[in-house]
Ligand binder design. Structure first.
Ligand SMILES: Cc1cc2nc3c(=O)[nH]c(=O)nc-3n(C[C@H](O)[C@H](O)[C@H](O)COP(=O)(O)OP(=O)(O)OC[C@H]3O[C@@H](n4cnc5c(N)ncnc54)[C@H](O)[C@@H]3O)c2cc1C
Length: 388
């Protein structure tokens, strides 16, 4: 992932995690950039509230973080079997799932409930017949580089104190009209730099992810921030973006689906890890209850769906259920508007003896040349309906 871990969800699983987890930086500032070809308009928020435990979010490198995280599960009694591929589910004579078959010799594992937490591709849900192949419109492909840089340089460049971090989400020019965003996240001695777009767009626009991330790194606004850095890792991963409208079956006899496997990503807010952790916790609570009643049927496990529905997970996914289809059919939001905003900012902030009222008039008429009043009103109304 990017990756920001959201603290509230993690703190519910491992109280006061910040005292021991391998974290990179506490995110105290969030910036949003709207890029044109050569300029940016930036909106940011920085607060000391994000610098206090439990913090709001922290940057992590998953290779280190996951190792620590699984250690916490083992401390609580979990039996961890690494480097093992789960190949398919095992069913009893009635067709009820009672375990999984792994790639190991004699690798059959039996359990009253199987939880599919196997990420975006979820071979397990597919094998169980609950998940069809995800359509290219419902999944994003993200590419990312980890770029090393001395700690002090990162802190100077991004105006950060020791251990503090920042995230930048980037919309506009860098995605060339594709539905997607770029990002720059600060770690201790590295930056996570990437861009993700809807898979069908990569195909239709015939743009290669490798070329796009190179272009992003060379954008006049981005380039100075990466100067002197060295690429250490190159990664690519899918992100399920179909949301509420594309969720698979989440609960069946002896079977639950959590996290990315269940399409639980709030792409607009760059949230996925928290939805995965919360849905995992709700699945665990449901299983404890089912264990108490010794009822692992779909009915017994349906409490999971109830808990999800009452939580922010389903509420947020439902709120943004149409946001991606909206962006796919309103691409001017990602192309024209960043351009308009940047041009307006340049015009208004240029001190050239032209009275400000005249500048406002100029901005107004130049905007209308690009988008009619009717178009602007329609965009505002439909954006409010999709995101409001
Ligand atoms: C580039 C990028 C940036 C992101 N940035 C952020 C961010 O900043 N903040 C955020 O909250 N979210 C972010 N996300 C989303 C976030 O990574 C996911 O939502 C989150 O990791 C989902 O957790 P999960 O446990 O459901 O799945 P995963 O983290 O994908 O874990 C699934 C695990 O199951 C394993 N697995 C899969 N199939 C099998 C099998 N058959 N047998 C055994 N093991 C299997 C996989 O190897 C993997 O370890 C980002 C995603 C990407 C791709």
């Amino acid at each position: 992932m990017g990756g920001q871990i959201y603290s509230r969800a993690l703190n519910e699983l491992v109280p006061e995690f910040w005292k021991e987890a391998p974290l990179e930086r506490y995110v105290t500032e969030k910036r949003f950039w709207f890029l044109s070809k050569d300029s940016k308009v930036s909106v940011s928020h920085k607060t000391p509230k994000f610098a206090q435990p439990p913090y709001n979010s922290c940057t992590v490198l998953r290779a280190k973080f996951d190792k620590w995280f699984v250690g916490k599960a083992i401390e609580k009694g979990a039996f961890y079997i690494p480097e093992t591929l789960v190949e398919e589910v095992i069913r009893n004579a009635q067709g009820i799932i009672i375990g999984v078959k792994t790639g190991r010799t004699d690798g059959e594992l039996y359990a009253p409930v199987v939880v599919a937490a196997d990420g975006v591709n979820s071979l397990l849900s597919k094998a169980a017949g609950f998940h069809t192949e995800i359509s290219p419109e419902n999944v994003a492909l993200a590419v990312k580089e980890i770029i090393s840089m001395p700690k002090n340089r990162i802190q100077d460049l991004f105006d950060l104190e020791e251990d503090q971090g920042l995230t930048i989400e980037i919309a506009g020019e860098i995605t060339k009209g594709m539905v997607g965003v770029g990002f720059i996240y600060t770690n201790k001695t590295t930056l996570s730099v990437g861009v993700g777009c809807i898979l069908s767009d990569w195909v239709n626009y015939k743009i290669s992810p490798y070329d796009l991330i190179e272009e992003m790194k060379n954008h006049p606004v981005v380039k100075p921030l990466l100067a002197g850095g060295q690429t250490r890792e190159y990664l690519a991963h899918l992100i399920p973006e179909g949301g509420y409208n594309a969720m698979p079956i989440l609960c069946s006899d002896g079977f639950l689906v959590v996290g990315d496997a269940g399409m639980m990503v709030n792409g607009l807010h760059q949230e996925g890890s928290n939805l995965a952790m919360t849905s995992g916790k709700l699945a665990a609570e449901t299983i404890l209850e089912a264990h108490r009643k010794w009822d692992f049927s779909a009915r017994g496990l349906s409490l999971y769906k109830k808990k999800l529905t009452e939580s922010y997970v389903m509420k947020d996914l439902k709120k943004y259920r149409n946001s991606y289809t909206y962006l796919e059919s309103n691409r001017q939001l990602l192309t024209l508007y960043p351009e308009i905003i940047n041009e307006a900012a340049t015009e208004f902030l240029t001190v050239d003896g032209v009275p400000k009222r005249e500048k406002q008039r100029k901005i107004f008429w130049s905007t209308l040349k690009k988008r009619s009043l009717w178009g602007l009103a329609k965009d505002a109304f439909s954006a409010w309906r999709a995101f409001g």
